[in-house]
Design a protein around this ligand. Structure first.
Ligand code: ATP
Ligand code: MG
Length: 573
C-alpha cells in the first residue's frame, strides 16, 4: 500500500501575482476576531524527509516562518516521517541545515513519529466508536472498490465487522501477527462521497520496516492523511498552510479532528511554486541523482537549496524573491529569470569585483620595458565604497579574453583589432599592431603598444576609446577551473514531452561546461567559500568546495545579463 501524498498538479497558467497575500489577511482577521482566543499564531513547516529541500520549499518556509513572525507567533519544524521506506537521517540533517541557511529558526523540532503512540490510541478510539474497521481486501481490490469520478464506490465486505473483532484484529496487526499488505485499517466514512478522500481512506498499513527514529518498534504505520491533521492538532497549530493539492484532503482532516474532538487547526492552501525550466519534485530530483544525471543533490544545476547555495545563490536573494512572488489561490508558473534577477540584484551590491580571463589570449606590450612591473589600484566594489580598493599587478605580458580580439573585426566591433585603440581597465590605452599564429592559423598572441601617459585609464589629451577590457598579468596570474552552468532543462515546462516520453528527455545536454585554463588575478588565491565575486564583464562567481590549495574551482552563479529586467520592461511598456 503506497503512502503517497497527493501529487502536485502541473498546471502552468500565468496568473498575476500580488505582493500582498491572502494568507496574511486571513491570519490578521483571525487574530482580530480572536478565533483562537488568546493563543499565539502557531505555524509549522512539515517536510517529509525523503530528499533535500528545493526552491519551492523556500516559498513554504518563507510563508510559514515569515507570517508567524509578523504576528509574534511561533513555527515548528516538523518532519512528516510516516513512511519508513523512503526516509533517511541524512535528509533530516540536510533539511535542518537548509532552513537555518535560509535564515529561519524553529521553535520546536517535532517528528510525526513522536506521535505514533497517540495516533495508535486515537485509532483504537475510532474503532471503539464504530468509525474505523480492519479490511482484508488487497490494495488492488480496495482500488477497484473505490469507484470513479462518476460512480460511487462500493462497500468492502469487511466494512460491517464488529468493534470487538476490529479491535482484536488491529491490536494483532500491531503485534506483528500478519504479513505486509494483508490487512489495513480504514476510516468508516462514506463510499458514496463525491470526494475520493472520504471514501473510507486507509489509516494504517502493515509494514515490517525499520524506521529512522522508531527502529523496529512498529510494524504498522499511519498513512500521511491520518497523521498530518492530528500532528497539527497536537502542536496546536492555528494556521496550517500548505499547497493547493491538499485542499481535497481538508474535509478528511476535519473529519478526524471532529471525531476525536481535538484542537481544530485551520488548514489554508496556497499555490505551489512552479518555475520555468525547473523541476520541483523531490521524487524527480532524487531520480536525477540516482541516475547520475547530475553529480549530487547539491550539484549547482539542481534547484535544491543545497545546489543553489553551492552555485552561489544567497539566502537574502531567495527571501526577497519569495516576498515578491507572494501567495495566491491558483497555481501558475513563475519565470526562473525572476529568481535570477533578485540574485543579480543582491550580488551587484555585495560581490567584490575581480578580473578573470576565461578563454585566455596572450597580449604582449612591445614598448613596455621587459622585467618591469607595477600595480594599479582598483575599487573592490564600485557600488560600495566601504569595500575599499586593492592593488593588481600589471606587466608586459597579459592575458585578455580571446573574444576581445578580432583580426578581421565585423562592423560595430569596438574591442581590440589591428590598429584599434582600447582601454585596459584601470591601467593603460593599448593599440594592437600584429599577431602571432599557430600552424593552423589561429591567433595565439597579439602584440600591441601602450601609451604611458594614459596610466589609470585616461589619456591626458582627452582621446576617447570605445571599449574597456579586463586583463590579467601573465606572470602573476593563477590558473583555475571554471564551471559554467546553463539551464538543466531545455523546455520552459520540463514536463512537456510527447506520449511515451519522459521528463528526462528534456534534459539539457550542455548544462555544464568546464573550462580548465582560466587565468585569474592573484588576489583570488585567497578566495573563501562564502565570498561572492563579480568577474568583470563575465558574470558572478563563487568558489566551489571541490577546490584544493593547489587547484581552485569557481562556479558561475549567473552571467551578467539580466533577461528578467528586459522581460519586465517589455511587459510594462
Ligand atoms: P515534493 O513533491 O517536492 O516532494 P512535497 O509537497 O511532497 O514536495 P513536502 O516535504 O511535503 O514536499 O513539503 C513540505 C511543505 O512544503 C508542504 O507544506 C508543501 O506544501 C510545501 N511545498 C512543497 N513543494 C512546494 C512548492 N513547489 N511550492 C510551495 N510549497 C511547496
Ligand atoms: Mg512529495
Amino acid at each position: 500500500m503506497p503512502n503517497e501524498k497527493p501529487e502536485s498538479s502541473d498546471a502552468h497558467n500565468n496568473d498575476v501575482r500580488t505582493v500582498n497575500n491572502f494568507l496574511r489577511d486571513q491570519i490578521a482577521e483571525d487574530v482580530r476576531t480572536k478565533k483562537y482566543g488568546d493563543a499565539i499564531v502557531q505555524t509549522r513547516f512539515p517536510p517529509e524527509p525523503n530528499g533535500y529541500l528545493h526552491i519551492g520549499h523556500a516559498k513554504a518556509i518563507f510563508l510559514d516562518f515569515g507570517l508567524a513572525d509578523e504576528f509574534g507567533g511561533k513555527t515548528n519544524l516538523r518532519f512528516d516521517d510516516t513512511n519508513p521506506e523512503k526516509e533517511e537521517t541524512e535528509y533530516v540533517e540536510g533539511i535542518k541545515n537548509d532552513v537555518h541557511w535560509l535564515g529561519f529558526d524553529w521553535d520546536r523540532l517535532c517528528y510525526a513519529s513522536d506521535y505514533f503512540g497517540q495516533l495508535y490510541e486515537w485509532a483504537l478510539q475510532l474503532i471503539k466508536n464504530g468509525k474505523a474497521y480492519v479490511d482484508d481486501l488487497s490494495a488492488d481490490e480496495i482500488r477497484k472498490h473505490r469507484g470513479t469520478l462518476t460512480e460511487p464506490g462500493t462497500d468492502s465486505p469487511y466494512r460491517t465487522r464488529s468493534a470487538e473483532e476490529n479491535l482484536d484484529l488491529f491490536t494483532r496487526m500491531k503485534k506483528g501477527e500478519f504479513p505486509d499488505g494483508s490487512r489495513v485499517l480504514r476510516a468508516k466514512i462514506d463510499m458514496g462521497s463525491p470526494n475520493f478522500n472520504m471514501r473510507d481512506p486507509v489509516m494504517y498499513r502493515i509494514l515490517h520496516a525499520t524506521h529512522h527514529r522508531t527502529g523496529d518498534q512498529w510494524c504498522i504505520y499511519p498513512m500521511y492523511d491520518f497523521a498530518h491533521g492530528q500532528s497539527d492538532s497536537i502542536e496546536h497549530v492555528t494556521h496550517s498552510m500548505c499547497t493547493l493539492e491538499f485542499a481535497d484532503h481538508q474535509p478528511l482532516y476535519k473529519w478526524f479532528i471532529a471525531q476525536l474532538d481535538i484542537f481544530p487547526s485551520q488548514q489554508i492552501e496556497f499555490d505551489r511554486l512552479n518555475l520555468t525550466y525547473t523541476l520541483l519534485s523531490k521524487r524527480k530530483l532524487l531520480q536525477l541523482v540516482q541516475e547520475n544525471r547530475v553529480n549530487s543533490w547539491d550539484d549547482p544545476r539542481m534547484p535544491t537549496l543545497a545546489g543553489l547555495r553551492r552555485r552561489g545563490f544567497t539566502p537574502e536573494a531567495i527571501r526577497a524573491f519569495c516576498g515578491a512572488i507572494g501567495a495566491s489561490r491558483t497555481n501558475g508558473t513563475t519565470d526562473v529569470e525572476m529568481l535570477e534577477h533578485f540574485q543579480r540584484d543582491d550580488l551587484n551590491h555585495r560581490a567584490s569585483r575581480a578580473m578573470a580571463v576565461l578563454h585566455p589570449l596572450k597580449l604582449v606590450i612591445d614598448n613596455y620595458p621587459e622585467g618591469k612591473e607595477e600595480t594599479v589600484e582598483v575599487a573592490n566594489n564600485p557600488e560600495d565604497p566601504s569595500a575599499g580598493t586593492r592593488r593588481v599587478p600589471f606587466s608586459r605580458e597579459l592575458y585578455i579574453e580571446h573574444d576581445d580580439f578580432r583580426e578581421m573585426p565585423p562592423p560595430k566591433y569596438y574591442r581590440l583589432s589591428p590598429g584599434k585603440e582600447v582601454r585596459l581597465r584601470n591601467a593603460y590605452f593599448v593599440t594592437a599592431n600584429s599577431v602571432v599564429k599557430d600552424a593552423q592559423g589561429n591567433v595565439i598572441e597579439v602584440h600591441c603598444t601602450y601609451d604611458p601617459a594614459s596610466r589609470g585609464g585616461n589619456s591626458p589629451d582627452g582621446r576617447k576609446v570605445k571599449s574597456t577590457m579586463h586583463w590579467v598579468s601573465a606572470a602573476h596570474a593563477i590558473s583555475a577551473e571554471i564551471r559554467l552552468y546553463d539551464k538543466l532543462f531545455t523546455k520552459a515546462d520540463p514536463n512537456d514531452f510527447p506520449e511515451g516520453g519522459d521528463v528526462l528527455d528534456n534534459l539539457n545536454p550542455n548544462s555544464l561546461e568546464v573550462l580548465l585554463g582560466a587565468k585569474l588575478e592573484p588576489s583570488l588565491a585567497g578566495a573563501k567559500l562564502e565570498d561572492r565575486f563579480q568577474f568583470e564583464r563575465v558574470g558572478y562567481f563563487c568558489l566551489d568546495p571541490d577546490s584544493t590549495a593547489g587547484k581552485l574551482v569557481f562556479n558561475r552563479t549567473l552571467a551578467l545579463k539580466d533577461s528578467w529586467a528586459k522581460i519586465e520592461k517589455k511587459a510594462s511598456g
